[in-house]
Design a protein around this ligand. Structure first.
Ligand SMILES: *[C@@H]1O[C@H](CO)[C@@H](O)[C@H](O)[C@H]1NC(C)=O
Ligand SMILES: *[C@@H]1O[C@H](CO)[C@@H](O)[C@H](O)[C@H]1NC(C)=O
Ligand SMILES: *[C@@H]1O[C@H](CO)[C@@H](O)[C@H](O)[C@H]1NC(C)=O
Length: 308
């Protein structure tokens, strides 16, 4: 497929930048890159109704000036600290190899088998903690600021298809390959490479511009008609089961499909997968807003009113 990004991709600047990034990046399952998490949270915050917007502002520390997205990567920063070690299995779900299904009772546990210690269990946990905030019955053991940051982060992760991947390859982390010219792995391609390549090729590395395009595509573009079904959710505490099922389906259909360790992924893979990555970021943002609006508001109506 011909694209106009080709020339830019060969530029020395671009090449140096890629090498630089490879040196800087720490391998491992970090979830959406910081760009992915920031965009998810910016979308969500822009869709908050006044009550939820107010609650979020109250919960954020002063130094971020009311900007949730600044702290949406916090759970990745602290997951290796001793105090937060228990959170490290909350970023993903391992499903049986090739099964291409998610079953909460079968798959949602940590490597030691402890129940609910997976991204879906975490979303449920932190959503239910935040529900007590409105009722004024918050359990003093729980820190509502942390609950907000964890929920916001894990709503991003559950939408990254390879975060609900196969057990033996750790969601693609052990599938080493090349992304254009540099070494990467399949998991990381979905966490970050596709987003960075899109930013470099189409958006002059301007994340705000990319974000604007994503938002235009659901406020009156290609996803406009789908948004209300994205927000369908009867039981606030179990809707993330659906998001995880979507992710493993996408991981099988688009993530793993046709990929062999050691090969080079380039234009064809990028062109066909980029729209999926953008849509998942949009869905994560819209659904995070839906959950926060319902958890902090006193009615379920008009969650999307703030979109315009
Ligand atoms: C829920 O969160 C609390 C801390 O806020 C934690 O102690 C507990 O282990 C969490 N459970 C799950 C399933 O994430
Ligand atoms: C809640 O958690 C945040 C982030 O870890 C921390 O800065 C803050 O002091 C905690 N608040 C309370 C009341 O413990
Ligand atoms: C937005 O939609 C257009 C099609 O109308 C598509 O070409 C473009 O890639 C989409 N952009 C994003 C960021 O999703």
């Amino acid at each position: 497929m011909g694209r106009f990004g080709g020339l830019e991709r060969l530029s020395p600047f671009r090449f140096v930048l890629s090498v630089g990034l490879v040196l800087v990046l720490v391998p491992g399952a970090l979830g959406w890159s910081k760009e992915g998490h920031i965009m998810t949270c910016r979308i969500a915050q822009s869709l908050l109704e006044p009550e939820a917007a107010h609650a979020v502002e109250n919960l954020l520390p002063h130094h971020v000036n009311g900007d949730l997205s600044t702290l949406c990567t916090w759970p990745d920063q602290i997951r290796h600290w001793y105090k937060y070690h228990w959170t490290s299995s909350l970023h993903f779900i391992d499903t049986p190899d090739e099964a291409c299904t998610f079953k909460v009772s079968r798959d949602c546990h940590d490597p030691q088998g402890l129940k609910n210690m997976c991204v879906v269990g975490a979303i449920q946990n932190f959503t239910s903690q935040l529900l007590h905030y409105r009722e004024g019955t918050a359990d003093r053991r729980y820190n509502m600021t942390e609950a907000l940051l964890f929920l916001s982060h894990f709503m991003g992760d559950v939408h990254q298809p390879m975060h609900v991947g196969f057990t033996s390859d750790k969601g693609g982390n052990t599938i080493d390959l090349r992304w254009f010219r540099h070494k990467s792995n399949l998991h990381h391609v979905w966490d970050r490479e596709i987003i960075l390549t899109a930013l470099a090729d189409y958006y002059d590395k301007d994340m705000d511009l990319l974000l604007q395009h994503i938002m235009t595509n659901f406020t009156d573009g290609i996803w406009y008609d789908d948004v209300s079904s994205w927000k369908d959710c009867n039981n606030l505490l179990t809707c993330s089961n659906k998001y995880a099922t979507e992710s493993i389906n996408l991981a099988c259909k688009w993530g793993y499909q046709g990929v062999k360790a050691g090969e080079t992924l380039a234009d064809d893979y990028f062109d066909s997968r980029m729209p999926i990555v953008m849509k998942r970021i949009a869905q994560g943002g819209v659904r995070l807003a839906m959950i926060l609006n319902r958890a902090f508001g006193d009615s379920d109506k008009g969650e999307f009113a703030a979109a315009t």
